[in-house]
Ligand binder design. Structure first.
Ligand SMILES: Cc1cc2nc3c(=O)[nH]c(=O)nc-3n(C[C@H](O)[C@H](O)[C@H](O)COP(=O)(O)O)c2cc1C
Length: 154
């Protein structure tokens, strides 16, 4: 197994840049994610990989639903704010402009699109948890999308 070569080759996979929003009674949080993709069309479903250690994994397990904000080219700063600090150390909702889906679940204001997702299944995938979720609602489109490249963010 050539892990280093495999990881380099994986950099050729294209991803968008998204922010996962979660609401629980105790805490709201926002987390940047690139490892997200559509997995079904009818019903519409997506999968997102969240590191087991992240606060977001814990909050999604508790809430059972989350939002996805699809970021635009000019929202790289929001991606960095939500992707460099844990919600355990800061209230990220105070650091970026937010709107709320159904009055409670945070999304990034001015995103290209937002989706509201309900967890159908969570699958342990080594150091990440893969949340498979049905997309129940959404708005927006595919305008001026921010594209993930590892060397632009790390
Ligand atoms: C551009 C970008 C993409 C990221 N993609 C993911 C991802 O797909 N899955 C993940 O678990 N973490 C990802 N991260 C890292 C988390 O966003 C970061 O560790 C965050 O601080 C975790 O926050 P939390 O502890 O509040 O959940 C990404 C970070 C950046 C900047």
């Amino acid at each position: 197994m050539n892990q280093k070569a495999a990881q380099n080759a994986m950099n050729g996979l294209t991803h968008g840049v998204y922010v996962i929003g979660v609401h629980t009674q105790e805490k709201d949080n926002l987390m940047t994610a690139a490892w997200l993709c559509q997995i079904s069309s009818s019903p519409a479903m997506l999968a997102v990989a969240v590191s087991k250690g992240h606060l977001t994994a814990e909050l999604i397990e508790r809430a059972g639903c989350f939002t996805v904000s699809v970021l635009k080219k000019d929202q790289k700063e929001a991606a960095l704010v939500c992707g460099r600090v844990s919600g355990r150390a800061a209230d990220k909702l105070k650091l970026v402009k937010t709107d709320y889906v159904e009055g409670t679940i945070p999304v990034i204001a001015g995103s290209a699109a937002w989706l509201k997702c309900r967890v159908a299944q969570s699958v342990a995938a080594s150091d990440h948890i893969l949340f498979l979720a049905q997309v129940e609602d959404g708005a927006g489109g595919a305008e001026d999308l921010l594209v993930y490249r590892k060397d632009n963010f790390f």
